[in-house]
Design a binder for this molecule. Structure first.
Ligand code: UDP
Ligand code: MG
Length: 140
């Protein structure tokens, strides 16, 4: 058995506008992952820049933060054994072209930037990213 963990998931603006919230949440639920918190919000440019600060020197930072502030997103705290890695598995590779069939990105993305979902990549980043959107009292 892995560690009981929490991770941050985001249905990105493309996923929300394309009507994929239920599809994504359904995949988590069917995988036995518990939704411990969930909220819809619309980030401003500054908030998207803060969230993706680790990527501030990347060539895609400007378009990524424009995209992430372009419309509402659904932010969720997922909880389960080994959920950081399991969520990344369900998501698939960053580039949908490299993502395994049956993953969210392989099934729904057709652009490397507009790839439907975000998921934390480590326990350290999961803790930071959860705290960016949720207070302790929001997490059930
Ligand atoms: N991204 C992009 N071009 C790239 C790499 C990443 O537009 O070459 C975008 C994409 O939306 C990705 C996000 O930046 O999900 C964050 O990149 P990261 O490498 O952290 O990928 P992830 O952890 O989301 O798989
Ligand atoms: Mg990442």
């Amino acid at each position: 058995m892995g560690q009981l963990e929490r991770t941050l998931s985001i249905v990105k603006p493309d996923g929300v506008s394309r009507g994929l919230i239920g599809e994504v949440v359904g995949r988590f639920e069917r995988a036995g992952i518990r939704i411990a918190a969930m909220r819809m919000l619309h980030m401003g440019k500054k908030e998207a820049e803060g969230f993706y600060a680790v990527h501030k020197d990347k060539p895609f930072f400007r378009t990524l933060t424009d995209f992430m502030s372009s419309g509402p997103v659904v932010v969720m705290v997922l909880e389960g054994q080994d959920v950081i890695r399991r969520n990344r598995e369900l998501m698939g590779a960053t580039n949908y072209k490299d993502a395994k069939p049956g993953t969210i990105r392989a099934d729904f993305a057709n652009d490397i930037e507009r790839n439907v979902v975000h998921g934390s990549d480590s326990p350290e980043n999961a803790a930071k990213e959860i705290a960016y959107f949720f207070s302790v009292l929001d997490i059930t």
